[in-house]
Structures are given as C-alpha cells and as structure tokens.
Design a protein around this ligand. Structure first.
Ligand code: AMP
Length: 192
C-alpha cells in the first residue's frame, strides 16, 4: 500500500496535486473539505453543523471530522492506497489517523508539504473564489482566519511527521506540471 498526506496552507495547490497523484498511483483521493462541501450542498445534519465553522474560516471540530473520515476509509478497505488532502489538520486528528490505520494494519508512508508564502495564497484563493463557488474563498477576513487556523493548529503537524522521518517539503510555486513531476520524483525515490 502507498498512503500519502498532502499538506500545506489553504490555496497551496493540495487539491489539484492530490487528484493528479491519485490518478498516477491508483490511490483513493480523500479531501475532507470536499466531503464537507458535499454534505453542505445536501443540507444534511453533518453539513449544517460543518457550515457553522466553515463559513467563518474555522476548523470543524475533531470528533466530527474524524468520524467522517473513518466512515470514508471503511468504504475503501480494499484500496491500493490513499492520498489524504486536508486531513489531518490537528495533532488529535493525526493521532486518530494513526489509530485508525493501525486497526487496519496500514501506515502512512509520507507527508508531502507544499511550501507557499501567505501573500501568494491569499492572491490565489481570491482568484479561485471568482469561479469556485466557495463562499469561504471570496471574503478576505475568512481567508485570513483560515490561514490563522492553519498556522496555529495545522503547521505544527509537520514536526509530528518529521519526528517519524516521514515529512518532505516541496516548493509549491511553479507550474502545476512542474510541481507534479517533482512530487512524483519524491514518491518514486521513497518507493525504490
Ligand atoms: P479545504 O477544502 O481543505 O480548504 O477545507 C475547507 C474547510 O473545511 C476548512 O476551512 C475547514 O473549515 C473545513 N475542514 C476541511 N478539512 C478539515 C479538517 N481535517 N479538520 C477540520 N476542518 C476541516
């Protein structure tokens, strides 16, 4: 199995790269942001709860997010591997992920972190907001909150995986194809 975490601030290109990597390596792509957007668009109880946080640029509480991820993993017990995009975002989520994976006899191979500056990501997200239909992409104060949540709660996860020799940083500025090729080279090196 090959299990990857795609890591980086909002707007760093995780989603775009995760889709390409999933296709190239035959992995199941799980984006917790996409799962929440699906629930919100169907006005499910989970979606309505998540919306209270997402509309303000805050992280959805761990117990809700972890439960949703666990359900999703259970639907793919025969997967060749996973690429997780936007999960884990807190230390308790990373610990829960370890426990969930261990219960299936799986482990995380690599965390791939995309490195992009704050000014660049605000510009990118506002641009994406012109077409994404995401209300959390159009309001600059919500975007700043998302970046603040990232710095406070998510960035420390890098050290969590670095301590386990699983963290790799990659420059997230460049063309989609250049970054994709660079990430593939890192993955191939790990596999060889
Ligand atoms: P994303 O599409 O990954 O940028 O996620 C959009 C929003 O969904 C985030 O700003 C959070 O409010 C929420 N969200 C997505 N993934 C998580 C997670 N792992 N933990 C908590 N909240 C999340």
């Amino acid at each position: 199995m090959l299990n990857l975490i795609l890591f980086g601030p909002p707007g760093s290109g995780k989603g775009t790269q995760a889709i390409k990597i999933a296709e190239a390596y035959g992995l199941i792509h799980i984006s917790t942001g996409d799962l929440f957007r699906y629930e919100m668009s169907h006005n499910t109880p989970l979606g309505l709860k998540a919306k209270e946080y997402i509309s303000e640029g805050k992280l959805v509480p761990d117990e809700i997010t972890i439960g949703m991820l666990a359900n999703k993993l259970d639907q793919h017990l025969d997967a060749k591997g996973f690429i997780l995009d936007g999960f884990p975002r807190t230390i308790p989520q990373a610990e829960a992920l370890d426990t969930l994976f261990e219960s299936h006899g799986w482990h995380i191979n690599m965390l791939l972190a995309l490195d992009v500056s704050e000014d660049e990501i605000v510009t990118r997200i506002l641009k994406r907001g012109e077409t994404s239909g995401r209300s959390d992409d159009t309001d600059e104060s919500v975007i700043r909150n998302r970046i603040h949540e990232y710095e406070a709660k998510t960035a420390p996860l890098y050290a969590f995986y670095d301590d386990r020799n699983k963290a790799y940083t990659f420059n997230g500025i460049g063309s989609i194809e250049e970054i994709f090729q660079g990430l593939c080279a890192l993955i191939d090196e790990h596999l060889s």
